[in-house]
Write a new protein. Structure first.
Length: 169
């Protein structure tokens, strides 16, 4: 009897915790439309908004390619359908940008978003945007070279330590 009561109480506590979690998430603030608009401006100012434009056409082309592999003779018909689908889904091109803007807007306050936007519109911000791709490319190359040097160093240490244990690597 005590075990049943304890199990019932445990289930009740778990249910109450789940209900509280649901209530808390329901009360969580959704970003305002103005915050989302600011975030969209930030993404646009950074020059990455255009990257979202290729998602819908890319999905259509990948689907077409998969179907073309199953029957290569359907190329012309698949191209016609792809054209129609591009027109049909054109209105949805902005959805990924809006989703990204909501992520920004949910992590920053509107005043912070205004400050971020002001930075990206400033000369220093525009310079940061322009230089960032080259900096990232160079830093990835440098990281690869550093990792290769570290790998050699680590392998050397392994060989030394394994030789002490009587293993020749």
């Amino acid at each position: 009897m005590i075990v049943k009561t304890f199990a019932g109480a445990t289930r009740a506590l778990a249910l109450m915790a789940a209900l509280l979690a649901c209530a808390a998430s329901a009360h969580a603030q959704q970003p305002s439309n103005s915050a989302i608009a600011l975030a969209r401006e930030i993404i646009t100012a950074k020059g990455v908004a255009g990257g979202y434009d290729s998602v819908v056409p890319g999905v259509i082309e990948r689907a077409k390619a998969v179907l073309l592999q199953t029957n290569p003779t359907l190329g012309r018909d698949l191209n016609e359908v792809a054209l129609r689908l591009r027109a049909e889904y054109a209105a949805r091109v902005g959805e990924p940008l809006t989703d990204a803007a909501k992520l920004y807007a949910s992590r920053f306050t509107e005043p912070e978003l205004r400050d971020i936007l002001a930075f990206y519109k400033s000369p220093a911000g525009r310079k940061a945007i322009a230089q960032e791709p080259q900096i990232l490319e160079k830093s990835m190359g440098d990281l690869d070279a550093w990792a290769a040097r570290l790998s050699e160093e680590v392998l050397s240490k392994f060989r030394i330590e394994m030789k002490k244990k009587g293993h020749e690597l």
